[in-house]
Design a protein around this ligand. Structure first.
Ligand code: ADP
Ligand code: ZN
Ligand code: ZN
Length: 711
């Protein structure tokens, strides 16, 4: 044979900067190679799944040493736009191309041995599909037609529609909770999807948001194929949904951040709901922001995207103000209800505390202030539901010995073991670490001094549930947190109990506050806002404000014109803090402009750009030393200038998790490019002394993060 061999470059899911060359035998494989093709290749002593990123007739290695591609996946290759997105993500987030692409493909397609079986299974199920009866859209499912929209909603819809499908525009759709943002964007997508085969991507932050929204979206598109993608969907279902999205069979893709990288050949519009939510940021592997990638994708494809929120992130809000994004506003509740009244309860004020002898004093020592207890009682009398939030699951965050100073510390983490009462996690009461998962029985006596008098300190959801149940014995009390939703029928069943009115008082973590459209909430209380007020993370106040607005948004949603919008109670020792004062006035823009001022003055993001180098080792000294010498090399190379700040290495706020000690190094610049160059330099530098992402001698595991959201 005279023809030159075909060489393909393949990337795999390993922390490597480049791909590997393989030979492609057309006769053996039965088809020509194509960029984007998923393949199985020999790797070390076994085989591995990879993706073809280049086809040529040349290799920098000697061709006769190259191995052959073993098998080709029957799926069509990833399309060019998806590969551009992957390339961008890989470069911007300083992550290998293979470890960006391969993990974004559902597990079902990552096992070469199952390819043929899975592919034929999918074909069978696709061909035997019968036409399901299509029900008319129901208002009960949250269907609001275009003609029902109010004036402000109609105006916003008009603006969205003005943009041709072939033009990039980023909209910020800002409006208070319950103003009908969802109704507006679903009506918009209806127009977009009139074009046959066109696809729309709707991103939402959390799994627990999707069931209700799913029904609502379906009501708008009874004739379209919709798929749902989130981590709660089984691997097989997800593999199928991904396949239907990637082949254009599904038109509506509703999912969490992991849906952001799904191949969508006919994508025409994107919506990012609750765009400010921190769960859009991936926290392991490639640490991307699904929102930011969605904006990049829309820009690349020249399509419109809508970022939706009642409390936009500072980044997005500033872009809206400056005109870079088109700012659309909905500034009244859709059904005319007033805004909930915000009540700040100063817990330092003696008048708000119970004194001995008070009639309604809770028997258990828990922190429920007098005004709050009165409000719950009134709410019960009015047959309205109360939501009480505390961001701490378990019975008590720590137990202590009264005789010595023993505390239930986790020996693997810099945190405490949380006490869970009997029946919550296991049959007996137990101690559990919420960071590493360590479980221990509650000791019958102090491990240090033998004293049997061990006391739970502080309160969590379980303790609050007990106390409330004993305070109002005839009320139906429901607890919702990750523990209760795991042990019973699941979160959705618990939320349903709120919806159908079979709970009077709901105690839970903030997972009950997101997105749900409850109809009969009279009161929402937040007990532990202060714990999030002071934090070394400069975004803490922004996050707390957004959460409180969300929480407040659960109250009085279904009230009609003239009725009040319910009440929110916040227990705090610092009622004068800016977060609370702006919340009191429902002044989202005022608050954002206040923190914008603070950030600008302190030269913090979004007025500057940050990268983070993470280091993890057996000892903190090792991790700090590793980062210290990196800083030394940056200095030596003349990279630390007035345009590029490199801070000193410091321990992470959760210094130790599951036995490894963690430290970080912040790199900062007011110029995006300068920061990018520096991070790429660091990546090359560290790779030289590492095997993958573990340094050779000292065995420090490192990772570079672009645009960190918690530092
Ligand atoms: P948001 O997304 O801003 O929180 P939603 O779209 O969920 O607001 O609307 C809040 C509630 O108001 C929902 O129950 C919705 O069905 C209802 N709603 C929205 N727009 C209208 C309207 N124009 N007329 C009547 N009800 C509406
Ligand atoms: Zn003791
Ligand atoms: Zn632990």
């Amino acid at each position: 044979m005279t023809s030159s061999p075909i060489v393909v470059q393949v990337v795999v899911d390993k922390p490597l900067a480049q791909g590997f060359d393989y030979l492609w035998d057309v006769k053996d494989l039965g088809l020509e190679p194509q960029v984007g093709q998923l393949v199985e290749v020999p790797f070390g002593r076994s085989t591995i799944v990879g993706l073809v990123i280049k086809v040529s007739t040349h290799s920098d290695y000697s061709v006769d040493k190259l191995k052959n591609v073993a098998q080709v996946c029957p799926l069509s290759p990833l399309d060019a736009a998806t590969l551009r997105l992957m390339n961008f993500a890989s470069q911007y987030y300083i992550h290998g191309l293979g470890e960006t692409i391969i993990p974004s493909i559902p597990k079902m397609w990552r096992k070469a041995a199952d390819w043929t079986k899975n592919f034929s299974k999918i074909h069978q199920s696709a061909s035997k599909k019968t036409n399901k009866k299509v029900a008319a859209p129901l208002e009960a499912d949250g269907y609001i037609s275009e003609t029902q929209l109010n004036k402000v909603q109609t105006a916003a819809l008009g603006e969205l529609r003005k943009k041709e499908a072939q033009e990039f525009t980023c909209f910020l759709l800002q409006g208070q909770t319950g103003s009908g943002k969802t109704a507006v964007y679903l009506n918009w997508l209806q127009t977009v999807l009139e074009e046959p085969n066109s696809q729309a991507l709707i991103l939402v932050p959390e799994i627990n948001l999707t069931p209700q929204l799913e029904r609502r979206v379906r009501a708008y598109f009874p004739h379209k194929k919709m798929v749902v993608l989130h981590s709660g969907v089984s691997e097989n279902k997800r593999g199928l949904a991904w396949y239907e999205a990637a082949t254009g069979k599904a038109q509506i893709i509703l999912g969490t951040r992991l849906a952001a990288l799904t191949p969508l050949p006919n994508l025409r519009a994107i919506v990012v709901d609750e765009e400010h939510d921190s769960s859009y940021k991936q926290q392991d592997g490639i640490r991307y922001s699904a929102r930011d990638l969605a904006v990049w994708r829309a820009h690349d494809l020249k399509i419109p995207i809508a970022l939706v929120s009642a409390t936009p992130s500072l980044e997005t809000w500033l872009a809206g103000k400056s005109g870079r994004y088109q700012h659309l506003r909905l500034d009244q509740r859709a059904q005319g209800a007033g805004l909930p009244k915000v009540n700040l309860i100063n817990t330092k004020d003696a008048r708000n505390q119970f004194s001995p002898g008070d009639e309604d004093r809770p028997i258990e020592k828990i922190s429920l202030s007098k005004p709050l207890v009165n409000a719950v009682r009134e709410s019960l009398a009015n047959k309205k539901q109360s939501l009480i939030l505390i961001n701490r699951r378990g019975f008590a965050p720590v137990i202590s010995c009264n005789a010595c100073s023993w505390l239930s510390k986790c020996h693997q983490c810099s945190s405490y073991l949380v006490m869970h009462k009997a029946g919550a996690l296991g049959r007996k009461a137990s101690l559990s670490c919420h960071h590493c998962g360590l479980m221990r029985p509650v000791p019958s006596s102090c491990p240090d001094c033998g004293n049997v008098d061990l006391k739970p300190l502080g309160q969590g959801t379980q303790k609050l549930e007990d106390a409330i149940a004993s305070l109002w014995s005839s009320a139906r009390v429901l607890r919702i947190d990750t523990d209760s939703s795991r042990t019973s029928k699941g979160a959705e069943a618990l939320f349903q109990e709120i919806h159908n009115g079979s709970a009077d008082i709901v105690v839970g973590t903030q997972m009950i506050a997101k997105g749900h459209d409850y109809q009969n909430i009279g009161l929402v209380a937040v007990l532990d806002a202060d714990s999030r007020l002071f934090s070394q993370d400069f975004r803490a106040a922004e996050r707390l404000f957004a959460q409180l607005v969300q929480v407040a948004g659960r109250a009085g949603r279904a009230s009609r014109d003239g009725e009040d919008g319910g009440n929110i109670y916040i227990e705090t020792q610092f009622p004068d803090a800016a977060v609370f004062q702006y919340l009191l006035k429902h002044d989202v823009d005022g608050f954002l402009s206040y923190i914008a001022g603070e950030r600008e003055e302190a030269k913090l993001p979004p007025f500057t750009y940050q990268g983070l180098v993470h280091a993890e080792a057996k000892s903190l000294e090792k991790a700090l030393h590793f980062l210290g010498s990196l800083k030394g090399r940056l200095k030596g190379a003349g990279l630390i200038t007035k345009d590029l700040q490199v801070y000193d290495p410091v321990p992470r706020s959760m210094m130790k998790i599951a036995g490894s000690e963690r430290a970080q190094l912040v790199v900062e610049s007011s110029d995006r490019r300068t920061l990018q160059d520096a991070l790429e330099w660091i990546d090359r530098d560290l790779r030289e002394i590492s095997q993958g992402r573990i340094s050779k001698g000292s065995k420090v595991r490192w990772l570079i993060e672009r645009d960190p959201i918690s530092i």
